[in-house]
Design a protein. Structure first.
Lengths: 425, 425
């Protein structure tokens, strides 16, 4: 196709409007459509109400080349999507005996029910002339048809079925329509806020057309997506590369990874690569660093364990932090952070260890400003210590301290300066 | 108000259309609107594009009494929601020096930056004559105005800010439109899935009109909301009470709290009440229990610390679990869980301690089924142990094990049987 196609997703279900469920179907489909280079300009959510669904379809067909519906294909009297769409595009509904047969088999073999109830047969009716999307993940079939210049795709609502059917049936159907493909690289950044990053890149973002450059804020992080369109994936990727280079030149080592999942994911891979092990000694972060590392499959290869030494006594009892150090410097101090990390490294027998001690608040301790945290990284040669105060509330300052600890590990493992004054304090 | 008002939520953000984020704002607001008795007929998502946002607003004002926007209030050039809405309703934008001052203070005191960048000032402009919603949770203020018979509410996009501002600013604003007040009680349940709970309560839910009864599924938990309308809050609450009684009779002790924030919150309060202390010894949950307890302010009163003993060696080195026990019963066993909890209790010098050891997967160990977890609770008199296998994947089984551990503590502290076969395995 010469011009980009546009799609609109209409999600049908009163439970969405009541806030009982989150519209993950629209998100999942949007990711796939973006990969296909199909522009999505609107998502609409509408209840199980034929009049309002009809109106939503009227609006969508006036502004999109492709309408994708999710939900309302099931066997209950609330399930009206197919009937409404067929009527809107003036199509008859046709009975498919082979679909009824598939459903009977599904009930017998998968659910273990001999006779499925009659209402299930409603699912075997589809608009005349459509391409059937068989449902291998549930019972309600989906379909696609073209009518009056618009392509309509209907998918079941349950996220697992919707996602699988989009990927396996709708994706090939839509790919066949396009002669362009899309490719994107994501750069992940820690150490600068979104508005800072945007200020640094504004001119570049405005100037770029293909590829495009867009920033996304994540909890304490920023993600930059560079997206290009071309005839082949190779050509599209090639278009992104000079932009990636420019971004690397501008942003330098605050980019912690490209096309990666998370900071802890990068740390885990680096540790595996270098055959190094890690342990944690956490006070103010209360187990959050350990939790994030162990969220990842394969963590047990490199993560041996951690101590959550929340009370002063436990810092001494479990990690052997000297009472004297605590008395002399205070429990929230670089010296205590240093001993915590050094001792965790020894207790858990790991190559490196990170520690945190700080004041998450909301109550102060009369000495440190709320939010103050000391983070230490003990390595075979040296212990690095840094102080930070993000100034955020309890939850965000804990997240920030966790990010900083992981970033110190990342910087150490990649040979960068470990202690950086990211926030210019 | 005599007739029910209708609202439409317009969420603004290209990241939503690219599938980079899920529209949880629309879900959260929908829950609140449903409590207020305001009907939601449509959600719309539109990108950071003034023409398309203008069109979405035109459609919304033709079919809703209230338009609620989320997103696009920030300091970047993509943030256009206020400008577009002001233009659509023919309002000037006015500069609020006091908002600029609040932002400068926020940057100085909270972020620790002496001079905020100029682009932040964009956030101090709001449509003329609006009600300002001060943002105590971030920088971008929200607002509400009435124009041409439509009420417009604009909220920031970040879920935490959006949710807090809706609850604290938009909720009172909308309540004031009605001469009825609403009151709800929330019952929090752990130990039964949503469809189970719904099956138990279906007749009751269908029969009830005022109050209404609605279930919401949360990660491994269910929340039931009983909502009544009346002329005064006292009358509305009175209407909810017989229903709460009936629910307590039907559901019994799987209700872990009413109008509470979380299971860990209930546990923390119980520990404070009883002047008892707790520690944790975590293997498969990897610090998640400690993290959830220390998420709460005031945790340091009762939580002394925890050990994350991920490797077998660390179970011995840090907690003193006997090698023999590990060799004889396997590291994933009730016996190891028992020793972990007992020893944590001793090491941290706490009244009670909980432990977990299990197989989060995705890889198996050749002995246990993936998802198997043993949880122990050591108390002054006795150690309780239970085995569970939720059959979920890594993330959900870790959450479930964390919930189960916290629930054992809750049951112990309230004098209920500690080990319950919730899932009938």
């Amino acid at each position: 196709m010469s011009k980009s196609l546009t799609a609109e997703i209409i999600s049908v279900g009163t439970e969405l409007l009541l806030g009982n469920t989150t519209n993950t179907d629209a998100r999942d489909i949007s990711v796939y459509l973006s990969e296909l280079g199909i522009n999505v300009y609107y998502h609409t959510v509408v209840g199980d109400n034929p009049e309002r669904l009809t109106k939503a379809v009227e609006i969508a067909r006036s502004r999109a080349d492709i309408i994708i519906t999710t939900g309302g294909l099931g066997p209950t009297c609330d399930d009206l999507t197919k009937q409404v769409l067929a009527k809107a595009f003036d199509l008859e509904m046709c009975y498919h005996e082979e679909l009824a047969e598939e459903m009977r088999r599904y009930f017998k073999e998968i659910i273990g029910v001999e006779h499925m109830t009659e209402n299930n047969l409603q699912q075997a009716y589809l608009p005349a002339g459509c391409t059937v999307f068989h449902n291998e993940w549930g019972t309600a079939p989906g379909c696609a048809f073209e009518a009056e210049g618009v392509r309509v795709i209907m998918l079941p609502g349950p996220p697992r079925e919707c996602n699988a059917m989009f990927k396996n049936c709708a994706m090939p159907y839509l790919s066949a329509l396009s002669d362009e493909v899309i490719f994107s690289h994501s750069l992940h950044i820690f150490g600068r806020g979104e508005s800072d990053v945007e200020a640094m890149l504004r001119d570049m973002m405005n100037e770029l057309k293909n590829p495009t450059l867009a920033p996304y804020a994540k909890e304490g992080e920023v993600m930059l997506r560079v997206t290009a369109k071309a005839a082949t994936e190779e050509e599209a990727e090639k278009l992104t590369l000079p932009v990636v280079e420019r971004l690397r030149a501008v942003l330098g080592d605050i980019i912690y990874g490209m096309d990666v999942k998370s900071l802890e994911g990068v740390v885990l891979e680096l540790l595996k690569e270098k055959h190094m092990t890690i342990s944690t000694a956490e006070s103010c972060t209360g187990g959050f660093i350990a939790k994030r590392i162990t969220d990842l499959r394969g963590a047990s290869e490199v993560f041996m364990g951690g101590a959550v030494t929340y009370s002063s006594e436990s810092k001494t009892a479990v990690l052997g932090v000297k009472r004297e150090t605590i008395e002399r410097y205070g429990v929230i101090s670089g010296e205590v952070a240093k001993e915590m990390a050094e001792n965790a490294r020894r207790v858990f027998g790991t190559d490196i260890a990170v520690s945190t001690t700080g004041l998450s608040g909301p109550d102060g301790d009369g000495i440190n400003r709320v939010g103050t945290v000391y983070i230490a990284l003990a390595t075979p040669d040296k212990v690095f210590v840094q102080m930070e105060n993000s100034g955020f509330g309890r939850a965000r300052s804990r997240t920030m301290a966790t990010n900083l600890a992981l970033d110190m590990v990342r910087r150490y493992l990649t040979g960068l300066p470990v202690v950086v004054d990211y926030f210019g304090r």
